[in-house]
Design a protein around this ligand. Structure first.
Ligand code: ADP
Length: 276
């Protein structure tokens, strides 16, 4: 099988657990060819780990997308986009490409910071990204925003949110209950417009899980590019990220990233599924 090419449109996390670094590491674990169109650079203050976000000029993003599309990605993933203008560019990049899959990770907060990057972005994601998305991968908070339902605390509410997000155009929705849902297990809800499936693994340590969301979406994208169905792709991605979280490591007193290569090199975590 020919090498599959994947473009991520995302920010750089200098600490390299999340962002485009997580995407590239994950794409590599699947032996796919990762490419990047960078939206912003995030650096951290070594004393406080306060995040410093520098957006790149939009013309520079345009040039990168042009280059990457000329190489012909089989799949495109989005990460931190940050502004409405960039959200529109990401949508257009997919439309202008011959890529078969578009995975939208609707990043709204930069991990370590609490504020929503920009509330207008949620509307832009709904308008421009959801209608194109093969799979959208919101966490509990993001699903509450994209559905307009606000705070979600139960599986029933996650189902309602998934239905609304699906109606808004995303063909497949996976809501990550993950770390936010009160449960002894790590539960994610997958919806394909027909059936709701709960994906479950044990819940592992949560001190060193920086980059879990990016890694999950990147693994989903790689599995799609390799020809798995959306359902198979999210199940495989969940096993991949659960292994990465279980073997997360302490970087310093502020942060610990997931171990992106844990699934292939340390331990493969099993995922169970159940219709709900
Ligand atoms: P985000 O980083 O976007 O907020 P999450 O960390 O909630 O996303 O979820 C990313 C993936 O990691 C999901 O599949 C979620 O279920 C899983 N996950 C999150 N925390 C844990 C944990 N402590 N143990 C096992 N899996 C987890």
């Amino acid at each position: 099988m020919s090498l599959k090419k994947i473009l991520t449109i995302a920010g750089s996390d200098t600490s390299a657990g999340a962002g485009m670094q997580a995407d590239l590491k994950t794409f590599q674990e699947y032996n796919t060819y990762g490419m990047v169109a960078l939206t912003a650079v995030v650096a951290m203050d070594p004393e406080t780990w306060a995040h410093d976000v520098t957006p790149l000029p939009i013309e520079l993003l345009d040039k990168q997308i042009k280059t990457a599309l000329s190489i012909g990605p089989d799949a495109i993933k989005t990460g931190m986009l940050g502004t409405e203008e960039i959200i529109q560019r990401a949508a257009k990049a997919f439309e202008d490409s011959d890529a078969a899959y578009f995975v939208v990770d609707p990043v709204m907060v930069c991990k370590g910071e609490d504020e929503v990057l920009n509330p207008g972005n949620t509307d832009a994601m709904i308008k421009y990204l959801l209608p194109l998305a093969t799979i959208v991968t919101p966490n509990l908070f993001e699903a509450g925003q994209l559905s307009g339902l606000g705070k979600l605390t139960t599986i029933e509410q996650m189902k309602e949110a998934a239905e609304i997000i699906h109606q808004r155009g995303a063909k497949h929705v996976i809501i990550k209950g993950g770390k936010a849902l009160e449960s002894d297990e790590a539960l994610d809800l997958y919806y394909d417009g027909d059936t709701y499936t709960l994906l479950t693994t044990d819940k592992f340590q949560s001190s060193y899980n920086h980059g879990a969301g990016c890694t999950f979406a990147a693994a989903t994208t790689a599995n799609l590019a390799l020809g798995k169905s959306p359902r198979e792709a999210v199940i495989a991605a969940k096993g991949f990220v659960a292994s990465a979280i279980k073997h997360g490591w302490k970087m310093n007193e502020f942060v610990g990233p997931v171990q992106h290569g844990a699934y292939n090199n340390v331990e493969k975590i099993e995922v169970t599924t159940k219709e709900v």
